[in-house]
Design a binder for this molecule. Sequence first.
Ligand code: NDP
Ligand code: DGY
Length: 329
Amino acid sequence: QTVEAHELMKVFVTRRISPEAMKILTTAGVCEVSLWDSEEPAPRSELLKGVQGAHGILCMLSDEIDAEVLDAAGPNLKVISTLSVGYDHLALDEVKKRGIRVGYTPDVLTDATAELTVALLLATARRIPEGLEEVKNGGWSSWKPFWLCGNGLSGSTVGIIGLGRIGMAISRRLMPFGVKRLLYSGRTAKPHATEVNGEFVPLDTLITESDFIVVSCSLTPETQGLCDKAFFSKMKNTAVFVNSSRGAVVNQEDLYEALSSGQIAAAGLDVTTPEPLPTNHPLLTLKNCVVLPHIGSATYSTRRTMLALAVRNLLGGVQGTEMPIILTL
Ligand code: NDP
Ligand code: DGY
């Protein structure tokens, strides 16, 4: 046997991960692991340093993996395993050019993300954060007929932009609230839409006819900035907009205008540009805008499962064997 056959594969993990996930990684006995041992992202310079000579990288959605990082890693790099289903932070053309495999974490986070999206929709539509605030600041003077009223789901029309795994799971959860029509848009009609009586419609129809619009598509060059001035100007004044996909699907200046001018009723965002959203951002001054810190998949069990999957993807990738969930490039 050659000396190389005994060499451990170098992997770089861009964030502190759970002891359980570390155990899977280390007990496999095939890797020399280096880790950015912090809850916070590695500064760019540390990321570029950490990946040097790596055979595998386990990264987060906040790590921009572009040509510079791939060049810094060098020719050893065989796999990038991201702890996310979204992969818009990876320069896929560069990754493909270099023959690197990509692992990601679809499905295991679908339920948690759909649940959070529904919670955000209800919180936004029924003005729950505003109500909490009024209770605390003394604004609750008495029961009043129209105080803190919103609009409910019963009898409404819901529009889902991107009826993929998460869009479908959101729809399944919304239908029992008495939704009358479920519209969806995307590149192609989905056979699975029949389960929720989904109607495949042109985007303009979805925008003009929906009482609730939920964005659950992936971020692509086509969806970047999709929700802009023209989009919001076609929405009903009473409609609620919810985004749990990626911040960049929305033009936030246009959203601010639509919310502050009364063009639309309210917005709930789990994702923004940038993340974190600066605390002095204009959107945060609006009562009718509910912003969450990208917590769609944040349940303990989901994150544990995502981590275990990401580690197994990494291990398969560095050994050149099967990866549990590989992204088709
Ligand atoms: P899927 O790939 O299953 O679904 C993505 C959907 O986006 C597809 O149905 C696709 O439809 C649609 N889509 C693509 N292009 C367009 C377009 N131009 N217009 C409308 N729809 C389009 O992915 P998931 O459902 O698993 O995840 C979706 C996204 O959710 C992720 O990419 C990620 O960004 C985000 N996410 C956010 C989380 C959070 O914490 N907030 C948690 C998890 C995911 P078609 O096939 O017709 O192109
Ligand atoms: C993803 O997986 O893409 C989410 O944004 C975080 O879980």
